[in-house]
Design a protein around this ligand. Structure first.
Ligand code: ZN
Length: 344
């Protein structure tokens, strides 16, 4: 079994709706990711997102059944509204750590360390809506273990603009970082945090590169295979490689299928095509996985973390060598974290 370190999941958001999140994560249940499923699929850890949903505007996946589509982005979320779900999800991550089910990675030295069976966790903030306009609250989150931050989700905020879920277009859909966004990105860099470009506009992506950070898209695919505002152009993929960054393959079917459709059948084959293109363009040291477990509809045959080795078999069948499969499945993310996170 090949070990997997994954770039993105929304398990904490799903668990935040449960009565007993620790029991569900420990014993398994519905959903894409829990400890039994991770063990069955060889998953040893990954980035766990903290996310504030827009109240009363649930993302309706049926819209992805009818491409072309252009889902308008919801309005900005007030800081107070954004903060409650984040606090709750941190509480859950801490409870999982106390129960020995998660092990937070806070420093370079903790990357790849024996966790005694717990899933290794890089805590990630998907959209900085809960921070004050001057980045107030960032250090508190850092102290709680936050080591990765995407300035924006597909929704504007004080720091940046997010892309809509749109087919037939790359991520050049709006303005880039605001002045506050540039300051936030520099603060993250100085703290040794990862800055994630998934969901940000193309202009925001280049702005982050200008600030001297490695370009990282934890859960985005290739526009060359599926033209979607959430995916990356070849120029972006090349810049990710040149900056020493990472692109993680998103398993969400609407970002895999060439027509942007949600259909689960056949999406797994497209996943391997995206990986081959991403490796060819960004370079073999700069591509990993970014499943979006518990946040997106999954391909047939890859319905949960328990089936991760099916993707490995797909890579083998497509002629990927053992070293490349190792890199994509875990080594590239680990190497990246070991040169990016704070020193011990
Ligand atoms: Zn996302």
């Amino acid at each position: 079994m090949i070990a997997v370190f994954d770039g993105h999941n929304d398990a904490l958001l799903r668990l935040s709706k449960a009565d007993d999140p620790v029991a569900i994560f420990r014993d398994g249940g519905a959903g894409h990711l829990d400890l039994p499923k991770a063990r069955a699929g060889g998953m040893e850890g990954g980035f766990f997102a903290l996310f504030s949903p827009t109240p009363d505007v649930p993302l309706d996946f049926t819209v992805f059944d009818h491409p072309p589509y252009d889902v308008p982005v919801p309005g900005a979320l007030p800081r107070e509204v954004a903060s409650h779900p984040i606090a709750r999800q941190i509480e859950i991550a801490q409870a999982l750590e106390a129960a020995g089910l998660l092990a937070m990675i806070r420093t370079r030295g903790e990357v790849g360390k024996d966790t005694g069976g717990a899933l290794a966790c890089v805590l990630h903030l998907e959209g900085a809506d809960c921070l004050g306009p001057e980045g107030e609250g960032l250090e508190t989150l850092f102290d709680a273990g936050l080591r990765s931050l995407g300035p924006v989700w597909s929704r504007p905020n004080a720091f940046a603009h997010g892309v809509p879920f749109r087919t037939g277009s790359d991520g050049d859909t709006g303005p880039g970082l605001t002045q506050a966004g540039r300051a936030l990105v520099r603060s993250c860099r100085d703290l040794g945090m990862v800055v994630d470009c998934s969901h940000i506009t193309m202009r925001g992506f280049w702005d982050i590169g200008e600030e001297g950070l490695p370009l990282v898209a934890t859960h985005s695919n290739a526009c060359a295979i599926s033209m979607s505002a959430r995916n990356l152009t070849d120029a972006q993929l090349r810049a990710i490689g040149e900056s020493g960054g990472m692109a993680g393959l998103n398993f969400g079917t609407m970002f895999l299928n060439p027509d942007g459709r949600r259909a689960a059948a056949g999406a797994l084959d497209h996943a391997v095509r995206h990986l081959a293109h991403m490796v060819e363009t960004a370079g073999e040291a700069h591509v990993g996985l970014g499943s979006d477990f518990d946040g997106a509809p999954m391909p047939e045959g890859l319905g949960s973390a328990a089936e991760l080795q099916v993707l490995v078999a797909g890579m083998e069948a497509a002629g990927f060598g053992a070293d490349l499969i190792d890199r994509i499945c875990h080594r590239n993310w680990r190497d990246f974290l070991a040169r990016t996170l704070p020193r011990d």
